[in-house]
Ligand binder design. Sequence first.
Ligand code: SF4
Length: 502
Amino acid sequence: MSTLLKARIADVFEEPGCDKNQGKSEKERKKGCTAQLAPGAAAGGCAFDGAKIALQPIADVAHLVHGPIACEGNSWDNRHSASSGPQIYRTGFTTDINELDVIYGGEKRLFKSIREILEKYDPPAVFVYQTCVTALIGDDIEAVCQRASEKFGKPIIPVNAPGFAGIKNLGNKLGAEALLDYVIGTVEPEFTTPYDINIIGEYNLVGELWQVKPLLDALGIRILCCMAGDGRYKEIASAHRAKVNMMVCSKSMINIATKMEKRWGIPYFEGSFYGIGDMSDSLRQIARLLVQQGAPDELLGRTERLIAVEEARAYQRIEQYKQRLSGKRVLLITGGVKSWSVVAALQEAGLEIVGTSVKKSTKEDKQKIKEIMGDDAHMIDNMTPREMYNMLRDARADIMLSGGRSQFVALKARMPWLDINQERYHPYAGYEGMVELVSQIDRALSNPVWQQVRMPAPWGDDGETLGAVATSAPQATDQQATRFLSEVAAHALGLVPEEVPA
Ligand code: SF4
């Protein structure tokens, strides 16, 4: 690992804005946040993947991956970050290095690729991502980017986060460091207002930022820049003139917030757009900090009035689902703030939360769960797929809300499931988002497919082996095909066919 990269990693491991980090001894802190993997557990994304996830939503720049083609294939466009304009960020650019490059070095190929992108697409900047192979053969992407910047007169930004540097979260932070080192503070905005804010760590998944922006617009608050959802290069370059930074729930890019506070005196707070109460708290915090930074006091009153109207409207719209959803039980397998922030809205719709996972939750998250649900009996520390399956099969929960990885457990148990993690297809932010979430739960629960899927298989009982099901699959009806898929999914999860209920 190069000395520069080592120094940068050591720098991000020292994080004054993270309580957990500050609670560790100096020795522990140097090891970073990587949890020891259990044998057989999935390792999750690499550092390169993390950097790409954090920066790819910048919509008007070209993201060039310097490495073998598989690295780009691994990370390309996997999170539905939406753009209101340019689409170049969704084009997969890679140097696609080969064996000869490994022997002779890939720097020339990288330089040529940058030139080709600039000639063909003319983006305002090119972000160049380092990967394992090109880092191991010693390609100096910083030097190539500097040379290309000078030659072509455009910002060429090196993102030095090769996969072997660590986990995805470290990659998020290394991506943020690239913005701090090469982008933020390099352009002055055309004008500024006392109501300018930056939103950090919001990726505009399925257009969630657009559920929040109208609320800020109504208060006259301007998003000077969003890092990185629906972001533009120039906006990020001029982000240092904002009055307040909001860090959205996760601590993935906290180093931007803490360093901007140190360099430009911009105060920040950590807030969330998930859940009705949290949306309101975030609006209050933004208004309070803006007033503290010089905006007129009347902003506080206007914010409270907007909150009152929006909360009443959201709860009124959720009310219509109460009759159908009342008494239905939800198993919530997510993490962080979502482990509690969506609970109030779900309870308002009459749903009962039978359990919420706290594997990725902080001490504060757990405290919140206790406050909302009365005790810690609902907290699930680490639920295995088999336990989830049993819970759904025994009808101790009517629906599971989780990420895509757990969907096959619900499918196997023939129970409804809703994706609420990063690959989701519906936006759940702000007041609008909570109404959407309740509406999607209602749709999932009322979907007639579950009735059909639960009917006994026409070819026999459930004791049949997968092989027998596979043999009948080519002539199968839709219903048989659905069952076949659930058997295959179960097989992939290692669940035995005898566990399938009649
Ligand atoms: S671990 Fe290395 S080789 Fe694999 S995707 Fe990440 S950067 Fe590419």
